[in-house]
Design a protein around this ligand. Structure first.
Ligand code: SIN
Ligand code: FE2
Length: 216
């Protein structure tokens, strides 16, 4: 994508619901810093392809930072404070991540967001995330803040039922999606990623999803 186009999108908003919005380019200025932190995190907690309870292997590779990390295996989905691969706590959430997530939440109308979990998803061409709800958290009063970096994706945002119609919106490097309140449990997903490359990530898309897992 040309810089000119990126600049035109900067500061744009796409409303996906009453309390769901795409903040275009919101993370652009801190993107390379975030990617450098992700590179450090993955030396401690490597990306892995997890198995779903249904026995499938996820096409998206993931890792986590923060007090809690999202994991999946044949027994189900859950948050743990220990990385099941390394047996150690997930790496700390860098303070820049916290600042970014809080600022984005605030911009979308959710003040005082204090995430305690950051799921880091890595997509290559063909990887996808089928429609799901984020409902493994104890605290639904906090929003979800989702940062897109690298190659683009088509994000789907639907309703409270899996079969509800979805809105499809492209997400580019630096975009941040925030959803909470009445939209907190809306179904969402990512269509199969198309082959592409980006100056910062090569042929990958990196997504950071900030959540508040614990109820205090
Ligand atoms: C997610 O739903 O957890 C991630 C969404 C995305 O990759 O944009
Ligand atoms: Fe999700």
């Amino acid at each position: 994508m040309h810089d000119l186009f990126e600049n035109e999108r900067l500061g744009g908003r796409v409303q996906l619901g009453e309390q769901a919005v795409v903040l275009q380019g919101f993370a652009m200025s801190i993107a390379s810093n975030v990617l450098a932190q992700v590179a450090l995190i993955e030396t401690i907690a490597p990306f892995r392809h997890m198995k779903t309870p249904g026995g499938f292997t996820m096409s998206v590779a993931l890792t986590n930072c923060g007090a809690f990390g999202w994991t999946s295996d044949s027994r189900g989905y859950r948050y743990t404070s220990i990385d099941p691969i390394t047996g150690k706590p997930w790496p700390d959430m860098p303070k820049e991540f916290l600042t970014l997530a809080r600022a984005a939440a605030n911009e979308a109308g959710f003040s005082d967001f204090v995430p305690d979990a950051c799921l880091i998803n890595r997509y290559v061409a063909g990887a996808r995330l089928s429609l799901h709800q984020d409902k493994d958290e104890l605290d639904f009063s906090a929003p979800i803040v989702s940062v897109s970096l690298g190659i683009p994706a088509i994000f789907q945002f639907g309703g409270l039922e899996r079969t509800d119609p979805t809105r499809k919106v492209p997400l580019f490097h630096g975009d941040v999606v925030v959803w909470g309140g009445v939209d907190r449990l809306k179904y969402h997903g990512v269509l199969p990623i198309k082959q592409n490359s980006h100056s910062t990530t090569g042929e990958q898309r990196i997504n950071l999803t900030f959540r508040k897992v614990s109820s205090r």
